[in-house]
Ligand binder design. Structure first.
Ligand code: IPM
Ligand code: MG
Length: 362
């Protein structure tokens, strides 16, 4: 046995259970091939947890996650729960999980698959070869800052408030992940902020600049977030690693995901200082196609590969999954979201079977 791991499975809502079940079947095959034992425990989160327990992140789910080596999450949310008060919404469960596990660093790679270049809405020459890693701060900033809420004012008007704040320590720990990630890649780091307007961003920029002295091998640049958004669409290949705060990272990671043609292809890893990491696709729960066996499981499967690489230190198993994804694309297998003329249209389960088939003969 090269490893034995407790994995918490959080299938969540919408297409979540379908893509999770494909991923679990695949991991069983990977386990046999690489002599790894996975002990899976399933728990509820999001809408599924609201229906079962009345809250989006039951204490028991958090406890199961804390007691595991890694957590796989598929997707949360759906129309059914959209009008609940904020503390009961599925998204609140996800934010609680990130905070509860201390997952301050979110890695979102946007890599274009050569087979899918034409699926991008941008020109081939703009996106071919794109390989960007967004390092997003995940447990601070405007998502969590106090005060927050909707307050009555003296004029009788309500006022909605959120607060964007970062302490030096919060900036330093995510900047470090940014520099180290850049070191492992091409050595280029772009820090994104809004220092021309926001004080919180000025502190961010000062700390990141300061830390650059410790990483003389990393070439650091700074961009304002509006310019960064524009540059990502205009000339994405100028970027390698981007480090940014929670809200800007949320937005920029959707933009960089779309450069690759389909958000259905992109995985993510959320890591803390210690304890289990959380691995989830960048896409959402796609309630419009839920339960129809149409979902693309590849981002979920690639999230499991990130788990094997970043958390469980099983790079060969991770490579095998990533290679299998390339192989099925190469032979023309496609789910609806990445379908193009002349390719084989597969459902979610058939795509999972295709992956297993190629893994067995790799
Ligand atoms: C993401 C999502 C979440 C976020 C939502 C679902 C809370 O958009 O992971 O990017 O805003 O962080
Ligand atoms: Mg988002």
């Amino acid at each position: 046995m090269t490893g034995q791991y407790r994995i918490t499975l959080l299938p969540g809502d919408g297409i979540g259970p379908e893509i999770m079940s494909v991923t679990v079947e695949l991991l069983k095959v990977i386990g046999e091939k690489f002599n790894i034992q996975f002990d899976f425990t399933e728990a509820v989160i999001g809408g599924a947890a609201i229906d079962a327990t009345g809250e989006p992140l039951p204490a028991k789910t958090l406890e199961i996650c804390r007691n595991s080596d890694a957590v796989l999450l598929a997707a949360i949310g759906g129309y059914k729960w959209d009008n609940l008060p904020r503390h009961q919404r599925p998204e609140t469960g996800l934010l609680g999980l990130r905070a509860g596990l201390g997952l301050f660093a979110n890695l979102r790679p946007a890599t274009i698959f050569p087979q899918l270049v034409d699926a991008s809405t941008l020109k081939r020459e703009v996106v071919e070869g794109v390989d960007v890693m967004v390092v997003r701060e995940l447990t601070g900033g405007i998502y969590f800052g106090q005060p927050k809420g909707i307050f009555a004012t003296e004029t009788g008007q309500k006022r909605g408030v959120n607060t964007m704040g970062y302490t030096e320590a919060e900036i330093d720990r995510i900047a470090k992940v940014g520099f180290e990630t850049a070191q492992k890649r091409s050595g280029k780091l772009c820090s994104v902020d809004k220092a021309n307007v926001l004080d919180v961003s000025q502190l961010w920029r000062d700390r990141v600049t300061n830390m650059a002295q410790e990483y003389p091998d990393v070439e650091l640049s700074h961009l304002y977030v509006d310019n960064a958004a524009m540059q990502l669409v205009r000339a994405p290949k100028q970027f390698d690693t981007i480090v940014t705060g929670n809200l800007f990272g949320d937005i920029l990671s959707d933009i960089s995901a779309m450069l690759t043609g389909s958000i259905g292809m992109l995985p993510s890893a959320s890591l803390g200082a210690d304890g289990p990491g959380l691995f989830e696709p960048v896409h959402g729960s796609a309630p419009d196609i839920a339960g129809q066996n149409k979902a693309n499981p590849l981002a979920m499967v690639l999230s499991a590969a990130m788990m094997l690489r970043y958390e469980l230190n099983q790079p060969q198993a991770a490579n095998s999954i990533e290679k299998a994804v390339s192989q099925v694309l190469e032979r023309g297998d496609r789910t609806g979201d990445i379908m193009s003329e002349g390719m084989n249209l597969l459902g979610c389960t058939a795509m999972g079977e295709a992956l297993i088939e190629v893994i067995k003969i790799q």
